[in-house]
Design a protein around this ligand. Structure first.
Ligand SMILES: [Zn+2]
Ligand SMILES: [Zn+2]
Length: 124
């Protein structure tokens, strides 16, 4: 008799990435919510102000636009929503494709560039 303690929780953590079509399961270890695809790093605008609250009605894709490293050494991805330009910082998960994280353009941890001027033009 094997009792099945191994049952997957039927929460909405599993999703199919709309960007790369990979099936994304819950984070294998580490306790936080999966909030972006580990393969292409794209996210979706489903949360409101609080990560995990699923309060947003936007639902647009969120593009990884940059990465910064917190003082503790945690890599954090900056996502921008393609629908409403909302920006969010998301810690990477343990199983993210780290090469892709590193391939993102580095950004400053604070004072993110406003959507209107995505890059600074050098003085001519
Ligand atoms: Zn993906
Ligand atoms: Zn949005």
């Amino acid at each position: 008799m094997s009792n099945c303690r191994h049952v997957r929780r039927q929460q909405s953590d599993d999703f199919r990435c709309k960007r790369c079509k990979m099936m994304v399961g819950p984070v294998v270890y580490g306790g936080h919510n999966r909030n972006h695809c580990p393969f292409c790093l794209w996210s979706r605008h489903v949360d409101g102000r609080v990560p995990g609250d699923r309060a947003s009605t936007c639902g647009s894709m969120m593009m990884p636009i940059g990465v910064f490293v917190r003082p503790k050494g945690e890599h954090t991805i900056v996502h921008r929503c393609l629908g409403c330009e909302f920006e969010r910082h998301n810690r990477i998960a343990a199983d993210d494709f780290f090469d892709r994280v590193l391939a993102l353009p580095p950004v400053a941890a604070r004072g993110l560039v406003p959507a209107a001027s995505t890059r600074r033009e050098p003085a001519a």
